[in-house]
Design a protein around this ligand. Structure first.
Ligand SMILES: [Zn+2]
Length: 691
């Protein structure tokens, strides 16, 4: 049985596509994925050929080995689709990701495999094994395994269509980067290092891309409203109009799958095996969120608008493209906090070291730099040790590159199985800084499609905004989940394999650690003077950061409701432009900007589909979890070890509901979230407000 034997895996190209040449050559990648799929098929064939009474050892082991191969191929095809330097390799990776997804949906409709697993005797099996089998069988029933052959063929064809459309949607966003031009006057307000990275051309014009390191500072710091508006519209039309058509087709295909399976809507199908359970439960949760945030958000908007009117007499509204800029101005004035002033304390390399150090102390693990190969020379590799024993590996691909995905994410690389395979995971991010890959904009080809200006230049310290640092903590929370949860008995319950709507708990939990002063001061040192970030600044930063939370919850509510609404009705009559605008206007006080096509680049619609509520729902859980830590000794208190053991190490061995109860001793409550939401008004920041 080739798939069961690690030596056989090595013989067919090993655990890493890049070691088989798959990061540089489309052919090598196809061969590597082909070998994984062949091993997958061989395992399933061995499972079906089995005779005698079915047991986890003679049946589930082979099924799990098949899953392991599928995970491996899917994870790495997905990563190379996002990061490979060559377009031909990215194109091939997209095809391979589709091939793997097809094998996955074929498996989910394979009645013989289902019957073999359903026939297993689970007497004496561990709770984790029982949970794995129960979830697997539920997944089979939700996929339609009990339908007749013609219906299953139809479902398989629909899955194939949906996968193709999803991949195309994502790739259009990834490759749909735009550029805008700015006059020297329009660059007023932007930081020095940003200007140094963006020299003007011979005519005095500066080209800016829509990549986050170029886009975000414009939205926060550029004084010119015209520039902010151009950037906003360029950013929010990246994959438009192509993705408008694709999204409509994708929604129709998903609705058809749901209908064939007897569900009212895709949202009901997609929540059936989640902690939430149904679209109606999501709506009830959203109503609670709406109520909790309404008053605070109204007050925040009023304060900003009043402030903006004093600064700019005659101004009637603050629009969606100016919101971040006015927030920044307001925070400077109301809290004496200028978010640029902390950037010199957050050079990329120090933040990386600080995040690693925090996680190492919190989870009692050790990270050592590794020379293991990765897909690109710019990637740093670390081995994770626990009590001197290796327990996994991670890859940090942290800076922008031509053709690379433009967002921030964590991804599995190798699924861990206790005693068999060590887990590996990766962060794919776009922070400023990093090793220079080109000699600045002058060396690029003007006008070429991949003209790329966010590229790091020599000597750039990569100064992060504090929101970037929070993002780093967030993604690292995912990474730790993959590694520490990657020591389970089965690949099918390893790492991220919880219910999908539990997955943003570990990430949002780690975000909270950023708020701790001691912890922050351990790494926030001025990149030129070495001075530690002053306590007074941290205090102001925290007050300023707490302002706007209710408004932030309202924007989450907007994304969440949009993701749900698009998947909870007949898409035939859906007007995407009208729906997104009307929904925004019903939930947000900021003025909408005509021409905003945000749905075309709302990438989470492929992965989370109707379930973007995951972020808000998990925020409630994460804040309740964080409230269990001793604020005077966040890293030393025993909550850290308990959290690691009862939550992270479990991977998907238990229902999310059970993990919540194991850690809290009860279900999550709304109180911690509510406290967090109202902190600005309790913290005294606004009582002394002199706008
Ligand atoms: Zn996340």
């Amino acid at each position: 049985m080739p798939a069961e034997n690690p030596a056989a895996v090595a013989a067919t190209g090993g655990l890493h596509a890049w070691e088989a040449g798959g990061a540089a050559s489309a052919e090598a990648l196809a061969a590597w994925v082909g070998a994984r799929l062949a091993a997958h098929e061989a395992s399933l064939a061995a499972l079906l050929a089995g005779e005698g009474p079915r047991t986890p050892e003679n049946s589930l082991r082979l099924f799990d080995a098949a899953i392991e191969q599928l995970n491996l191929a899917g994870a790495q095809a997905g990563i190379l689709n996002s990061v490979a330097a060559e377009k031909t390799v990215r194109d091939q990776a997209q095809l391979e990701a589709q091939r793997v997804a097809l094998a996955g949906s074929a498996l989910s409709l394979n009645r013989q495999v289902y019957e073999a697993l359903a026939a297993m005797d689970l007497e004496g099996s561990s709770a984790a094994t029982k949970h794995f089998v129960q979830r697997t069988l539920l997944g089979y029933r939700l996929a339609g395994v009990d339908k007749d052959q013609a219906t299953r063929d139809r479902l398989q064809a629909l899955h194939e269509k949906a996968t193709g459309l999803s991949l195309e949607f994502s790739r259009n966003i990834q490759e749909g980067g735009k550029t805008i031009e700015a006059t020297p006057a329009e660059l007023d307000g932007l930081p020095e290092d940003y200007l140094a990275r963006h020299p003007a051309d011979a005519e005095g014009r500066t080209t800016l891309s829509t990549d986050p390191p170029d886009m975000q500072p414009v939205m926060t710091f550029a004084t010119s409203a015209a520039l902010r508006e151009r950037m906003f519209l360029a950013y929010n039309t990246r994959a438009y109009p192509a993705n408008k058509t694709i999204l409509k087709q994708l929604l129709a295909t998903r609705q058809e799958i749901a209908t064939v399976l007897g569900f009212r809507s895709w949202a009901d199908l997609a929540t059936a095996d989640q902690m939430m359970g149904s679209a109606a439960n999501v709506r009830a949760f959203l109503a609670k969120l709406a109520e909790a945030s309404l008053e605070g958000a109204r007050r925040e908007h009023e304060l900003i608008l009043e402030f903006a009117r004093r600064r700019q007499p005659g101004l009637t509204v603050v629009d969606i493209a100016s919101r971040a800029w006015w927030y920044e101005q307001f925070r400077r004035s109301a809290f004496d906090f200028d978010s640029q002033s902390v950037r010199p304390y957050f050079p990329y390399a120090q933040v990386e070291a600080g995040v690693l150090q925090t996680a190492a102390r919190l989870f009692k693990v050790e990270f050592r730099r590794s020379t293991a190969p990765a897909w690109h020379p710019g990637v740093s590799v670390f081995e994770v040790f626990d009590g001197g024993q290796p327990v996994g590996r991670f890859y940090l691909d942290m800076h922008p590159r031509e053709g690379k995905d433009k967002w921030f994410s964590a991804a599995p690389v190798v699924t861990g199985v206790r005693g068999r395979t060590l887990p590996e995971a990766a962060l794919i991010c776009n922070f400023p800084g990093g090793p220079p890959q080109r000699h600045g904009p002058a060396a690029t080809t003007p006008g070429s499609k991949d003209h790329f200006l966010g590229t790091p230049v020599a000597g750039d310290p990569g100064l992060l905004q504090y929101s970037d640092v929070v993002t780093f903590f967030h993604e690292f929370g995912h990474l730790m989940h993959a590694i520490l949860g990657g020591q389970t008995e089965w690949a099918g319950i390893s790492g991220f394999a919880t219910e999908g709507d539990f997955i943003e708990v570990p990430s949002q939990m780690l975000e909270e650690f950023f708020r701790d002063e001691k912890l922050l001061q351990a790494f926030a040192k001025h990149y030129q003077t070495g001075e530690t970030l002053p306590s007074e600044t941290i205090k102001k930063m925290k007050l300023a950061g707490a302002f706007g939370r209710a408004d932030w919850v309202r924007s989450q509510l907007y994304y969440t409701t949009l993701s749900l609404d698009l998947h909870d009705q007949d898409p035939a009559g859906l007007d995407l432009d009208l729906t997104t605008r009307q929904l925004y206007q019903s939930l947000q006080p900021w003025a909408w900007l005509e021409g905003n096509r945000m749905y075309a680049s709302f990438g989470h619609l492929t992965g989370y589909s109707s379930n973007y509520y995951t972020y808000a729902f998990d925020k409630v859980i994460a804040l309740d979890f964080f409230a269990q830590f001793d604020p005077s000794d966040l890293l030393g208190c025993d909550a850290g070890s308990r959290y690691r053991k009862t939550v992270l190490e479990q991977g998907g061995s238990k229902p999310g509901r059970q993990m919540v109860r194991d850690f809290l001793g009860r279900d999550e409550e709304f109180q911690a979230f509510s406290n967090w939401l109202n902190e600005e008004f309790e913290g005294g920041g606004l009582d002394t407000l002199a706008v």
